[in-house]
Write a protein that binds this ligand. Structure first.
Ligand code: AMP
Length: 568
């Protein structure tokens, strides 16, 4: 059996084409989205998805997420005693999806079509394919995410040519793709985006509105209170896709505050963010050498496009009514499943893939801030991921200390704000005249050419002294023997058995909520957990399921800030 997989940065999911329609495959916990998160527990067992995330709340050093961003790089993730590459971590997620699909379909799943962002280059595509193979899947095709979305929206069904813009606003990124369908060929004309704009920013706006209303100072708040307010803001934001008024309640220093917000005041507060959607759209149109008049359709995908204010802003900005009839969370997987059906009928849409983009952000390490708030180890992006190559960009930095004699420029690749989390691919130093901090300016220029050669040039502005290095992107191909060895190694590692996943998840969640709770709430959790554990030892499967459900409901209400006292 062949399935379609959306291997996402935050969530992944699988879909298949059966009985003439697309079916979303449920995972072992009954949901459709499996968080792209992997953890390793104390026994060396691999956890994936919601269970891994729950485990990671308590053991963040044993959890990895966002590894899609480093696909095809040498970045290694150390979880407890084990170390993995991004491909291997992705393979665990894929293996989990494969198992869920096999249970759902009651047959072996050996083949998959996996989606990747349109801006993924050849190396990242190969890494994705390899992850599939490590998971025991034959990856018969890699499909562009915007292409998959367009297929889910029926592009090409009419047989006529169509020019379409896909806007994907996820949790933390905004991707714009212009593509055209013509005679069974889907061509990506341009990609643009903003990798620091997404639904999370819209949640932050509500968090700040709430803090202003209750006149609380964010700086003196502990992390747990802030994270509770953030969670409350997230659910308040989601309410806006159903109602024009939304209520937000959160507990601060033992007092429960309830605040009502209207969609229109929220929209006003979000104007700055909404304006940020404009630039990538204009850039994509410019790069594709078309205007809005040439567009036939605008398609919205990604969870954050559920926000009514995002939809209406896009309509006002473009004058085109955007389409959002397909669930934005599942559109890509649905498109991938439809392309499975096409493949089986041998009537594939061919893709012209755009790969001449810089796949990762390239930058350097700096000290940022001023006065007492100097923060070391910050990342300064110089060439943003997804920039069409060849490209040359410069940034100027200053000396950070009095009487500094050398400036060391680390060449980094990656997306993290924290320099150390990115991959160091080179380094060079220049001598600067001594003087007070901030006096000497150094211009750093990165030039990335079509052959993936990165030239780094550093120039001291006052003396004109220059230094240069060239960093070559090594071919990341691995030998057949190495591939076989990796496969063996992963097969040896045990993934948590599917059957008891729901129980493991419930117990992990209990542990976290217990740590966060206090007083009477803790007693109530303890009693519910003890009763659940007892049932696990001696009860029937049905009893266990019932007790688990009760426990999870209790934990959910506590998580929402309702005290156990009020519940009982
Ligand atoms: P994705 O990365 O595509 O899964 O998108 C995740 C983002 O979508 C998160 O920032 C969510 O807060 C946001 N999101 C999900 N559902 C809704 C909703 N109903 N209304 C507003 N935003 C949502």
């Amino acid at each position: 059996m062949l399935i379609g997989i959306d291997l996402g940065t935050t969530n992944s999911l699988a879909a298949c084409f059966q009985n003439g329609k697309v079916e979303i495959i449920p995972n072992r916990l009954g949901g459709s989205l499996t968080p792209s998160v992997v953890s390793v527990d104390e026994n060396g067992q691999i956890l994936v998805g919601e269970t891994a995330r729950e485990f990671g709340y308590l053991h963040p050093d044993r959890m990895a997420r966002l590894f899609k961003r480093t696909m095809g790089t040498d970045k290694k993730y150390t979880l407890g005693e084990m170390t993995f590459s991004s491909e291997e971590l992705s393979a665990f997620v894929l293996r989990s999806l494969k198992e869920d699909a096999e249970t759902y379909l009651k047959e072996e799943v050996s083949e998959a079509i996996i989606s990747v962002p349109a801006y993924f280059n050849d190396r990242q595509r190969r890494a994705t394919k390899q992850a599939g193979e490590l998971a025991g899947l034959n990856v018969s095709r890699i499909i562009n995410e915007p292409t998959a979305s367009a297929i889910a929206y029926g592009i090409g069904e009419s047989g006529t040519s169509e020019c379409c813009m896909v806007l994907d606003l996820g949790g933390g990124t905004f991707d714009v793709t212009v593509l055209e369908y013509y005679r069974n060929i889907m061509e990506v004309y341009a990609v643009a985006g903003d990798n620091v704009l997404g639904g999370e920013d819209f949640t932050m706006v509500l968090t700040e509105m709430f803090l202003n209303r209750i006149a609380a100072d964010q700086k003196i708040m502990d992390l747990r209170t802030l994270s509770n307010i953030y969670k409350a803001a997230e659910s308040c934001k989601r309410e806006f896709s159903r109602k024009p008024v939304s209520l937000m309640s959160a507990s601060v220093n033992g007092i429960i505050y309830e605040e009502k917000f209207s969609l229109s005041e929220y929209e006003t507060a979000c104007l700055g963010l909404l304006e940020k959607l404009r630039k990538p759209v204009e850039k994509a149109l410019r790069d594709a050498r078309i205007t809005l008049n040439d567009l036939d359709r605008i398609i919205l995908v990604g969870g954050a496009t559920r926000l009514p204010l995002v939809r209406s802003y896009i309509q006002r900005m473009t004058g085109i009514y955007p389409e959002y009839s397909v669930d934005p969370d599942t559109a890509v997987a649905e498109g991938a499943a439809l392309s499975c059906a096409m493949k089986e009928r041998q009537e594939e849409i061919q893709e012209v893939i755009l790969t001449d983009v810089c796949p990762f952000t390239l930058g350097t390490e700096v000290i940022s801030g001023s006065g007492a708030f100097m923060e070391e180890g910050r990342y300064l992006p110089i060439i943003e991921r997804n920039t069409v190559i060849p490209v040359s960009r410069s940034q100027t930095v200053c000396t950070a200390y009095d009487d500094q004699e050398w400036v060391r420029v680390k060449v980094l690749q990656g997306e993290s704000r924290i320099a150390a989390n990115n991959l160091k691919i080179g380094e060079l130093s220049v001598e600067v005249p001594k003087g007070p901090r901030g006096q000497e300016a150094i211009e750093i220029t990165y030039t990335y050419d079509i052959n993936s050669l990165l030239e780094v040039e550093v120039r001291v502005v006052s003396t004109g002294l220059e230094k240069k290095i060239i960093i070559q992107d090594e071919e990341n191909r691995i030998s057949d023997q190495e591939a076989e060895e990796r496969l063996q190694r992963l097969q040896y590692l045990k993934q948590n058995p599917r059957e008891d996943e729901e129980n493991v998840y419930a117990l992990l969640k209990t542990e976290r909520i217990y740590e966060e709770a206090s007083g009477k709430d803790r007693t109530v959790i303890e009693e519910a957990a003890a009763s659940f554990e007892e049932t696990m030892r001696s009860g029937t499967r049905l009893d266990v399921a019932k007790k688990r459900q009760e426990l999870l409901e209790l934990l959910d209400s506590l998580e929402k800030g309702e005290s156990a006292r009020l519940l009982s």
